[in-house]
Design a protein around this ligand. Structure first.
Ligand SMILES: *Cc1c(COP(=O)(O)O)cnc(C)c1O
Length: 362
């Protein structure tokens, strides 16, 4: 019995079978683990990302999602390159922070947190700044739940002949996309989001021809994606340093469950339904969403505080006692709280949530 379900987008609610997969201890160098589990995962991640599997490869890396974002930025951007970061939230800003730490030459175009990245603004910027070599953007900004217009941005970046890095942490596996069709060079995500695994590692889907330019670029040993990739290729799934074996085993199970559900399209449909039940229910109770529906993702939803005296902590505790854990807001310009729609959670869970909220004091 779960004491409560997590309506938080990472870590999130996982299935019993995903948790059970962690009950066996695995040896990192035994072939039961390397060849069979790690290599299958690497292959199926690429297949999830594109139909053109021969052009791409995947790299698994220990740590949370941010480790992978930092690893990509630190392994891809060379001296002489210049990165353009498009930001409309905390995760875009974090890429700027990473670039600062690494002393990487970059510019940031910052947009309002309640708006999408503006495609025409980016077009204009790239037209006047030829020195930009790479563009980085967050697909779903989990800060608010805004879904950026990835297709349009990617198209533009390609027209201008730049390389594209996408933080698809909270969307990959839950929102359909094809990295080859979009022209994405590096895509980053992690185990504990839409694939519905547990936290412990992240992964990168990389265009092979671009990854080949990353040898020797990273100034970090453990965050060098080229070295990590090379070790995995040569060792047939061997991680350079101790791998999170239990987490990887759980992830394999989660990948199987994603396929059983019907793949990314089917999962996307369920998340959309979760979101729809949540939002219509909340609106019937008088709550308002922070974002207009047109730019809202099915991943996480921000709600405005319903009144001036609203006490988030008390609301949170009442919900937790009744079996639901939600998220506080993450923006400064409005008082909000957030509810995640992803994980092993279903429209029925959101119907129950609405009934529970109806009975709460707020
Ligand atoms: C979860 C997430 C990350 C990574 O956060 P970690 O705390 O390092 O796992 C990065 N970007 C986005 C958009 C996310 O949702």
């Amino acid at each position: 019995m779960k004491p409560y379900i997590l309506l938080t987008p990472g870590p999130l609610t996982t299935s019993e079978t995903v948790k059970e997969a962690m009950l066996t201890d695995w040896c990192t160098w035994d072939e039961d683990y390397n060849v069979h589990i790690v290599e299958e995962i690497r292959k199926s991640l690429v297949a999830l990302a594109t139909g053109h599997t021969d052009e791409y490869t995947s790299i698994l890396l220990q740590g949370s999602g941010t480790y992978c974002v930092e690893a990509v930025i630190g392994s891809v951007i060379k001296p002489g390159d210049k990165l353009l970061i498009l930001s409309n939230g905390a995760y875009g800003d974090r890429m700027g922070n990473i670039a600062e730490y690494h002393g990487i030459s970059y510019d940031m175009l910052a947009f309002d947190e309640t708006e999408q990245v503006s495609v025409s603004y980016v077009d204009d910027y790239l037209s006047h700044n030829a020195e930009i070599t790479h563009v980085a953007v967050v697909h779903c900004e989990t800060t608010t739940g805004v879904l950026n217009p990835l297709e349009e941005i990617a198209h533009l970046v390609k027209i201008h002949g730049k390389k594209l890095i996408v933080d698809a942490m909270s969307s990959f596996g839950g929102v359909p996309l094809d990295v080859q069709r979009l022209g994405i060079d590096f895509l980053i995500s992690s185990a504990n989001k839409c694939i519905q695994g547990v936290p412990g590692f992240g992964f990168i889907i990389a265009r092979k021809s671009e990854l080949m330019h990353c040898k020797g670029v990273s100034k970090s040993l453990s965050l060098d994606i080229y070295d990590q990739w090379e070790a995995m290729e040569k060792g047939h799934g061997k991680w350079r340093f101790t791998s999170p074996t239990h987490v990887v085993r759980a992830f394999k199970q989660a990948m199987d469950e994603l396929a059983d559900e019907g793949g990314v399209e089917a999962r996307h449909n369920r998340y959309c339904e979760n979101h729809e039940v949540l939002v219509s229910g909340m609106r019937s109770l008088g709550f308002k969403t922070l974002l207009p529906d047109a730019i809202q993702s099915p991943v996480i939803t921000s709600f405005l505080y319903p009144n001036e005296d609203f006490d988030f902590k008390s609301f949170y505790v009442q919900l937790k006692e009744r079996g639901f854990v939600i998220y506080p807001g993450k923006i400064s310009q409005a008082d909000t709280f957030r509810v995640g729609n992803i994980g092993d959670v279903y429209p029925e869970d959101f119907k129950r949530l609405i009934e529970v909220i109806r009975e709460c004091k707020y």
